[in-house]
Write a protein that binds this ligand. Structure first.
Ligand code: S3P
Length: 744
């Protein structure tokens, strides 16, 4: 809420010590928003305080610090960082016991040190602050009440900080339309050294170097936009920056060393005409920059992505028509990066899924030193480093929401010479990893898991693995693939037997890369010690994403929808088999094979579905499609029974319970069993609000349900749809679902 509409001032009398750009802008914003009854300021140059008063930036110009501070219930120190201590000395005798004391300096440890020197300790009323906003202009005349709008302000309160005072200071900054974050002093200083102080140093240094060149006039005359953008900050206040570098010396030196090393590496690469290193660094930087721009959305400091709330609003009814291609297969996209990275040569991928999950895999391989160009409209070029070419990542590999990435990586990393750590988001952090850690340990891997076998995983490098024969207790393609990947590095043969057929993309793709996989019945084996040869991969459209549209066009009236180039691997077609058993009208045309994976075009038309007893052997073949199959069951005539599907409880959410709750929320009662569900079709879907629990497939399933609902459906927590299906909302809209997404 903007402060303009809030007439109750947060403070009575705010004293600003130092009326430069930041002090003046805060004063102006506080006055405009009536956040303090009176704003008084003093400045080293009294004329500037008087000027501030004439400009309407402050109410009163004080002649001294003593005069400004007396009677103030908020004192803001806005002087150059190195002047802080002497200013605090002058503030101390006049500071009321109840007043809040804060600052706006760019380094926080130095402010705390100055406070400790003057006051003995950081008392509960002293709360350091730092608005992440600025301008290359300086002085009171540059005061701008909008300077902090849509910017971050970082407060670094000590543990003993008075919560009421902290809340008031937060309200004051929020009243200036800033977003307030809190963090520790040390963390603040590290982050700022890297994101703000180093870039300023480089800008100052670069402009200085070029200005010293003989042809400097020409250099500046011909300077292109890039130079201007890049060096804008070299026009910032020299005294202020001198102070900042000396105050945040340790953290700044650390990042300068880091940067110098990397710059040297680039110098060598250019000297040696080493295109691989240049391409690697540039494409990694480009990808990181694009990733940041998404997150930053024009702001100076990142927001917590978990606060990114997306809600789907769905109007009831609609018919499905069109001719579409859904995005690339997630399982195959992950594997294309993994095997491409380990291969000798350059692997070209087309149809790559640019969803958050497969992008997490791509980023993780970049972090392990692999040069990957793209993705660019589904096209990716992976410069393979060979089976032994991965390098230690600098920090933990963050895999977001992706269980596939985490489980397959564990097998691969267990065999590397370096240590690694795998982390994920809230949902992934709850998922069982013992299923991969246990058999890998039997091969000789050293893996530490979090509580109850959950992430994070710490993998000790340098172990020599030995092949095992493993009978999987659960039918899991992720476990199978994990062990086969570890088996590439193990001594002897590694064989995995599955209790029921699971997706075999790893086996097919290994063959495509020239690595033989021996398959006999339910067992797949590899022998360690071979090499992979780069290849071309054409990723089919994901049948798991197509599933939403297969069900949508089946349940909506007068529908006729064509889905192109859909992956039809026999281990994935459970959804088609089940829908056909329910009476769906799905025509399969143009069946062909691309790079070892079958694909086809599917035409689906409305049908009167009927309830069935789902054959248990179809469960692993449709494991990801049950959420939307439950919607089909709810629209069918009669009862649908699912058994033998306890695995659904450990997916991105407990998909049995979360779907049952969601169905209940829109008026459909079900009976949940430990390993399945019973759904009686034909109940009226009255509409309502469904919590998707951050599970992408739950969110999309209820979007499909709207086609047969009688009232509006709202689905919350939908941001994760981007993990598997970027562009879902637009594609759903264009084919007939009346969906609007809020919060994207
Ligand atoms: C996947 C295997 C399946 C599936 C997941 C992707 C894969 O998991 O649910 O979405 O790419 O190997 P499980 O192996 O745990 O069944």
């Amino acid at each position: 809420m903007s402060a303009v509409t809030d007439p109750v001032p947060v403070f009575q009398r705010m004293a600003v010590i130092g009326l430069g750009l930041i002090g003046g802008s805060l004063a102006a914003a506080v006055r405009r928003g009536r956040l303090a009854e009176t704003v008084v300021a003093c400045d080293r140059r009294y004329e500037d305080a008087v000027l501030g008063q004439q400009l309407g930036v402050i109410d009163e110009a004080a002649q001294s610090i003593a005069e400004a501070v007396s009677g103030a219930d908020l004192v803001v120190v806005a002087v150059p960082v190195r002047a802080t201590e002497s200013v605090l000395e002058q503030i101390k005798p006049h500071l009321s016991a109840h007043a809040v004391l804060t600052d706006v300096g760019s380094t926080k440890a130095s402010f705390v040190a100055a406070v400790e020197a003057v006051f003995g300790e950081l008392g509960p009323n002293i709360i350091p602050g730092h608005p992440i906003a600025g301008s290359e202009k300086s002085g009171v005349t540059a005061s701008n009440p909008d300077l902090f709008a849509h910017h971050k302000v970082i407060l670094t309160p000590a543990e003993n900080a008075d919560p009421d005072k902290l809340a008031k200071l937060t309200r004051l900054w929020e009243g200036c339309d800033a977003t307030v974050l809190t963090m520790s002093v040390a963390y603040h200083d590290e982050v700022l050294a890297a994101t703000s102080h180093l870039p300023h140093l480089i800008a100052f240094s670069l402009v200085d170097t070029l200005a010293g060149e003989d042809q400097n006039m020409d250099i500046f005359r011909y300077a292109a936009g890039g130079f201007r953008d890049f060096t804008r900050i070299a026009a910032s206040d020299p005294v202020m920056w001198h102070d900042i570098f000396l105050s945040n010396r340790e953290a700044v030196l650390r990042v300068i060393d880091h940067f110098s090393r990397d710059l040297d590496q680039l110098r060598t690469a250019i000297a040696d005409q080493d295109s691989t290193t240049l391409l690697k660094v540039f494409s990694r930087a480009k990808a990181a920059r694009e990733h940041f721009s998404k997150m930053l959305s024009g702001q100076a400091y990142v927001t917590d992505m978990s606060q990114n709330q997306v809600t789907f609003h769905l109007k009831p009814g609609g018919r499905m028509t069109g001719d579409i291609r859904v995005p690339g297969d997630k399982s195959i996209s992950h594997r294309s990066i993994m095997l491409g990275a380990l291969a000798d040569g350059v692997t070209e991928v087309n149809g790559f899924l640019e969803g958050e999950d497969s992008l997490a895999t791509l980023q993780a391989f970049r972090d392990m030193g692999v040069t990957i160009e793209g993705p660019d409209s589904g096209h990716v070029r992976i410069h393979g480093v060979g089976i032994d070419g991965l390098q230690a990542p600098r920090g933990p590999l963050y895999l977001g929401n992706s269980g596939t990435a985490m489980r397959l990586f564990t097998g691969l990393l267990a065999a590397q010479p370096f240590d690694s750590e795998l982390t994920g988001d809230e949902s992934l952090s709850k998922r069982p990893m013992g299923r991969v850690a246990d058999p890998l340990r039997a091969m000789g891997a050293v893996i530490e898991t979090g509580e109850a076998g959950r992430p994070p995983l710490k993998i000790r490098g340098g172990q020599s693995l030995t092949g095992i024969r493993y009978e999987m207790p659960v039918a899991s393609a992720q476990v199978k693939s994990c062990l086969l990947l570890a088996g590439l590095y193990a001594e002897g043969a590694t064989s995995v037997t599955e209790p029921a057929p699971t997706r075999d993309h790893t086996e097919r793709m290994l063959e495509g890369f020239g690595y033989h996989v021996h398959r006999s019945g339910a067992t797949a084996s590899v022998s360690g010690g071979g090499r992979l040869t780069a290849t071309a991969i054409d990723v089919p459209a994901d049948i798991s994403s197509a599933a939403f549209f297969l069900v949508a066009a089946s349940i909506a009236q007068d529908s006729d929808l064509t889905l192109r180039h859909v992956g039809m691997n026999p281990t994935r077609v459970g959804v088609i088999n089940i829908l056909r058993l329910m009476g769906a009208d799905i025509e399969i045309a143009n069946e062909r094979d691309i790079g070892g994976e079958p694909v086809a075009d599917l035409r689906v038309r409305s049908a009167n579905l009927k309830g069935i007893d789902i054959p248990e052997d179809q469960v692993p073949l449709a494991i990801d499609e049950f959420p939307v199959l439950f919607i089909a069951a709810a629209c069918a005539e009669g009862e649908t029974i699912l058994r033998g599907a306890e695995e659904l409880r450990v997916k991105e959410s407990d998909r049995i319970q979360v779907m049952a709750d969601g169905l209940a929320a829109i008026g459909v009662q079900t009976t949940v069993t430990p390993d399945g569900i019973v759904i009686t079709g034909g109940q009226t879907m009255v509409g309502g609000t469904v919590d998707s629990h951050g599970d992408h497939r739950i969110a999309m399933s209820f979007a499909v349900a709207s086609l047969r609902a009688e009232g509006e459906i709202e689905v919350t927590d939908c941001a994760n749809v981007a993990t598997s299906f970027p562009g879902f909302v637009e594609l759903a809209q264009s084919t007939g679902i009346q969906i609007v997404a809020e919060g994207i």
